[in-house]
Design a protein around this ligand. Structure first.
Ligand code: GAR
Length: 204
């Protein structure tokens, strides 16, 4: 099967992007990382990706002011120029419009540092600790217009330890993010999944 061409969208350090790139090195991985795109020209992950021979691009959202769709149309142009099949959001900290999400329906994944539908939004680890939950974790899901929602592909649970602060908990969750994001991408790229309502099921 022809490998799917993947663009990874980042805003910062890009550790999930790195995990995806490392996984995609395997000859039998069903996707290749064709592009790393950032909305911040200074994103640390860009240099790393370039050093691995991956095409990079940055489109500074600030140039577009409040016009989100103009920013997204610029991104869409770059994605189309690179014949991208699948988009992985990896710490991409921009809210996306319904227009952009519709372009990638069923073809755009996100990783979120919580067990959705709990703790959508920011500061998930702090909020989990404040609530005293004993199980936290991370989620890979298909992107829908509503933020941090959408059919769940994979989740990993992380026990909360008595000694945890937000940083310690975040670090253990991040390790699991790096494990499940490549797995989820492989399942999608190999066309092993089907979506039924909110549920993502294995194809028979
Ligand atoms: C990750 O923990 C990711 O789950 C989170 O940002 C971090 C990015 O780190 N994403 C979100 O909070 C999106 N709602 P990374 O740049 O090292 O991958």
């Amino acid at each position: 099967m022809k490998k799917k061409r993947v663009a990874i969208l980042i805003s910062g350090r890009g550790s999930n992007m790195m995990a995806l790139v490392e996984a995609a090195v395997a000859p039998d991985f069903p996707a290749e990382i064709a592009l790393v795109l950032s909305n911040r020209p200074d994103a640390a992950g860009l240099d790393w990706a370039a050093s691995r021979g991956i095409r990079t691009a940055s489109i500074d959202h600030k140039t577009y002011g409040k016009d989100r769709e103009a920013f997204e149309r610029a991104m869409q142009g770059v994605l189309e120029d690179n014949s991208i099949d699948l988009v992985c959001l990896a710490g991409f900290m921009r809210v996306l419009t319904p227009w952009f999400v519709a372009q990638w329906q069923g073809r755009m994944l996100n990783i979120h540092p919580a067990l959705l539908p709990s703790y959508r939004g920011l500061h998930t680890h702090e909020r989990a600790l404040e609530d005293g939950v004993k199980i936290h974790g991370c989620t890979v899901h298909f992107v829908v217009p509503e933020m941090d929602a959408g059919p769940i592909i994979l989740q990993a649970a992380v026990p909360v330890e008595d000694s945890d602060d937000a940083d310690a908990l975040a670090a253990r969750v991040l390790t699991q993010e790096h494990r499940i994001y490549p797995q989820a991408l492989a399942l999608v790229a190999a066309d092993k999944l089907r979506i039924e309502g909110n549920r993502v099921l294995m194809r028979a």
